[in-house]
Design a protein around this ligand. Structure first.
Ligand SMILES: Nc1ncnc2c1ncn2[C@@H]1O[C@H](COP(=O)(O)OP(=O)(O)OP(=O)(O)O)[C@@H](O)[C@H]1O
Ligand SMILES: [Mg+2]
Length: 243
């Protein structure tokens, strides 16, 4: 099993959209047994797949090991794709982690999930937090969406510096251009600095995911955004092989 965190220090850069569409591509086109793990108490990824946590089950207690994490898992309407939904109890996860000395907690949870899944894709809340620190220790790859602007590039540099300083440069990072709008000169110029990075275009269909609560490949099969996410998935698999 390989675990992939869709992470950024910055908010609103397309993490949840990326996590949902990557997980859908992994499960359907990729044929991998895939779990989308929503670790953001906002629950955007859960919502985008038209799911909601079952009442009475709390992700926070499951994270702490008081209940079984696997009991929270929901089947999505897509083959091979399950979801570990977020709920509002996760708002207190940061506080729990700050008080806990279990640095390998997430790693332990992922190990338990490994028998049922080939790929676990984690939608992370923004920010360099306790949770981020635990994630960096546990995942095989960070997928980093970057809006093509100088400030986002700075966030990417900050992440690299943090990984170098505290985690010996691990895990590897796969950056991508998110919400890229080629009509904008600034976007074009910024993207020219890293022409090999995968590109997810700014797209009304991706925005409409929140209305229809479906992955973009289900809304517009074979469309430009769906093909972009299929390409991103191929890049993720390549990055996992390179390690
Ligand atoms: N490629 C895209 N084209 C157009 N709109 C997009 C695209 N990607 C994301 N969006 C829209 O931008 C907003 C932010 O996206 P998203 O929620 O995925 O970002 P996020 O990084 O997960 O945010 P947060 O930090 O709040 O978790 C949403 O309204 C989403 O619908
Ligand atoms: Mg999000």
């Amino acid at each position: 099993m390989k675990a992939i965190a869709v992470f950024s220090i910055k908010g609103g850069v397309g993490k949840s959209a990326t996590a949902v569409n990557l997980a859908h591509a992994a499960a359907t086109a990729g044929g991998r047994r895939t779990l989308l793990w929503d670790l953001d108490s906002q629950g955007a990824a859960t919502y985008l797949l038209k799911l909601a946590p079952r009442s009475g089950r709390k992700a926070r207690s499951a994270m702490a090991g008081e209940t079984d994490l696997a009991d929270l898992v929901l089947a999505s309407e897509y083959p091979n794709l399950d979801v570990l939904p977020a709920d509002r109890s996760l708002r207190r996860l940061e506080g729990d982690l700050a008080q806990s000395d279990k640095l390998k907690l997430l790693k332990k949870h992922l190990k338990a999930l490994a028998q049922d899944y080939d790929r676990v894709i984690i939608d992370c809340p923004p920010g360099l937090s306790e949770l981020a620190d635990r994630l960096f220790r546990a995942v095989d790859l960070i997928v980093l969406p970057i809006i093509p602007s100088p400030l986002s590039e700075r966030a990417a540099e900050q992440l690299r510096a943090e990984l170098q300083k505290t985690h010996a440069g691990r895990p590897p990072v796969l950056p991508l251009w998110s919400m890229a709008d080629r009509r904008k000169k600034l976007h074009r110029e910024t993207m020219e600095r890293h022409p090999a990075w995968p590109v997810i275009p700014y797209s009304a269909a991706i925005e409409a995911m929140a209305v229809h609560q479906k992955p973009v490949a289900d809304l517009q099969s074979g469309g430009v955004p769906a093909r972009a996410f299929a390409g991103l998935w191929a890049a993720v698999e390549m990055a996992l092989i390179r390690g």
